[in-house]
Design a protein around this ligand. Structure first.
Ligand SMILES: [Zn+2]
Length: 157
């Protein structure tokens, strides 16, 4: 298909002003993340097979990146839940996020573990802050371990 004069003009302008155009695009992305997100979503919906293919290709080419992505998304999920329920141990006030854990206030965490949905349930809590506040509290590893001993809970968080 040959280009219409207008398309040609546009392309020509773009070639001459590449830097300006990419700067403008970058600014636009920063100022309108919701529009960019909606466009990407629409593109992905139309080109489902294509994006899936590329995604799988990408992941199989760089398995370590996949691992890294998984680690980052897990960490982000953890952080966003701490943002909801607080990033300080409810018992002793310890505040180093590396040794903080989620504790099911009523000790019903085994329900989530039993259904094998630990990570999925965290996503549910993230999307339902009220539920998360009702069900979860932040405990440091020590206080969590002590609580487990006292309540004789089984399994691990
Ligand atoms: Zn503690």
């Amino acid at each position: 298909m040959s280009n219409t004069p207008k398309q040609y003009q546009h392309r020509n302008w773009y070639t001459l002003h590449r830097q300006q155009a990419s700067e403008y695009a970058r600014k636009f992305r920063l100022e309108h993340p919701e529009i960019v997100h909606a466009r990407k979503k629409r593109y992905d919906a139309i080109n489902q097979d294509k994006t899936k293919k590329y995604r799988l290709m990408y992941l199989s080419l760089w398995p370590e990146r996949r691992k890294e992505q998984k680690r980052i998304s897990k960490e982000n999920l953890r952080r966003s839940i701490f943002n909801i329920i607080g990033s300080k141990c409810a018992k002793c006030g310890f505040a180093d996020i590396r040794a903080l854990q989620f504790d099911h206030i009523n000790g019903d965490g085994y329900l989530d573990r039993k259904s094998g949905l630990v990570e999925k349930s965290l996503v549910i809590y993230k999307n339902n802050p009220e539920l998360a506040k009702k069900k979860l509290q932040t405990l440091c590893a020590n206080c969590n371990q002590i609580k487990k001993h006292m309540k004789n809970e089984t399994g691990r968080h």
